[in-house]
Ligand binder design. Structure first.
Ligand SMILES: [Zn+2]
Ligand SMILES: [Zn+2]
Length: 243
């Protein structure tokens, strides 16, 4: 992991003044790179990452990365990273991303966005029971944490949560343990986490490296994640070593 993510129990307010999950109108976001940078500055963030949805054949990525760097060079006081959000293709951590994009990225978010059928296709979500979906999403996430070249597991349990509510706390815990063992961060995602209380309790127990990501598709969503951590008083979940 090249980015120095801070572990949950060590986080201070200054450490969460960033947003590492931002989209633009290059893919399904609504705003330009510049609008998102300006908004982040207005909201007092000191670091952001553009993490566009990519696929193996996203040949626009190099040009996009250049425009991010070029636009960012006009502003001071904020560090701007460029990277990608990529979806997992199987339980062995294979990703829908090319080596070229991996090389050009400062940060890689790994996501479960669809459920692979292990034959090159995808399963319709509606054919799965909630329990089956939770189980499969958990397995796919574990595969990424063990084997994939990602920095962050993005929106853990997000496919389940967006349909059925809170992802089981035992699963959060296991994913956090695996993230730690494999030197990866786990994302606190303000859009998908429906049981923040459980997630933060698990963070206090396991103390994983945490990434703060809003999955911002609009300017007003930039920095939401930091806001939500404060709303839930994340510090009250922190455990201090008793020495
Ligand atoms: Zn996503
Ligand atoms: Zn996203």
């Amino acid at each position: 992991m090249s980015i120095n993510f801070i572990t949950f129990n060590e986080l201070k307010d200054i450490d969460i003044m960033y947003d590492f999950h931002i989209h633009t109108n290059q893919t399904d976001g609504q705003e330009s790179i510049e609008t998102m940078i300006k908004t982040a500055i207005d909201k007092g963030l000191n670091k952001i990452a553009f993490t566009e949805h990519v696929r193996k054949n996203s040949d626009w990525f190099g040009k996009f990365a250049e425009s991010v760097k070029e636009t960012a060079s006009k502003y001071s006081g904020i560090e701007v990273l460029v990277g990608a959000e990529t979806k997992v293709l199987d339980k062995y951590g294979n990703l829908d991303i090319s080596d070229t994009i991996l090389e050009k990225s400062d940060i890689i978010l790994g996501s479960v966005h669809s459920i692979p059928d292990e034959k090159g296709g995808f399963i319709d979500f509606s054919t799965l029971t909630p329990w089956e979906l939770a189980e499969i999403e958990f397995e796919l996430s574990k595969g990424m944490l063990k084997y994939a070249p990602i920095d962050v597991l993005a929106h853990p349990g997000g496919m389940y949560s967006s349909r059925y509510g809170g992802f089981p706390i035992e699963y959060f815990k296991e994913l956090m343990i695996l993230a730690k063992a494999n030197d990866k961060a786990i994302e606190f995602n303000s859009k998908y986490i429906k049981n923040a209380y459980d997630f933060l309790s698990a963070c206090g127990d396991i103390d994983p490296a945490l990434s703060v990501g809003s999955d911002a598709h609009k300017a007003e969503e930039v920095g939401n994640c930091k806001h939500m951590l404060n709303q839930f008083e994340y510090k009250t979940f922190q455990r201090r070593a008793s020495k």
